[in-house]
Design a protein around this ligand. Sequence first.
Ligand code: AMP
Ligand code: MG
Length: 278
Amino acid sequence: MSDIPSIDAVREATLVEPKKAKSFSLKGSDTRGDKLFESKKDAKASLEEDALAINELQDALFACKTGSLLVVMQGIDTSGKDGTTKEAFRYTSPLGVNVFAFGKPTEEELAHDYLWRLHQRTPKTGYIHVFNRSQYEDVLVVKVRNLAPPKLVEQRYEQINAFEKLLCENGTRVLKLMLNISKEEQGERLRERLEVPEKRWKFNPGDLEDRKLWDQYQAAYDTALQRCSTAHAPWHVVPADSRSRRDAIAARLIRGELEAMKPVYPDPGYRPEQYEIG
Ligand code: AMP
Ligand code: MG
């Protein structure tokens, strides 16, 4: 028998409990994921099953249009934001899922409040949207690199909580995944990007500058997770040193979130026998 942890077990193991979030630290958080998935084989089998279920759940969600799902993917360079998205949604119809990456803001975006560009990309009912980086960059890179006055950054945690509450109260569930990779594993992956010809395009010398600020980024993540793991939109820390375990854990959480929305195909409002196709 394979050893696949229940969705509840995965949720509990990764949750930043809102009531205890004040004392949260990435220092004590798992990066390996082998307590949840002992073997990679189990992780791969679980992912396969969940990816199929995610497609079916999204299809039903699109049909019943009872709500939408926003998956926020955060994590430092090489933590696997793209890879996790690719694998968890490997069978989801492109009609139902949209992915948005938030990089350095454009001039137009900078001329608005920081949430403006995000709010424009939140999902309509029936859809799943994935944010590859998100509103959290405005309390992470912006804080670490001093891109805005500290006083403004300080106000943002509460603003982000209010923004996510607004989404939740209006039918969008928010699932926040922090992909937690160790510094050693990041070193390996950056080396791999330089060595493997097909991966060289991903290398950005700026990533090395961010790597030098590792401790500052970890501290900024601690603060964001402490202050923004709320009852309406809690954070989950996904161990990300092993790609297959990371993908399997994320897929369990995404499936759990969709199941909680209980999408069911709606009554079509007619009896099929009423019609005869000539
Ligand atoms: P990548 O995800 O590797 O394509 O890189 C995107 C880059 O954009 C990262 O270095 C982010 O830190 C940066 N970025 C994202 N959002 C912001 C923001 N609000 N302000 C400044 N830089 C940002
Ligand atoms: Mg990058």
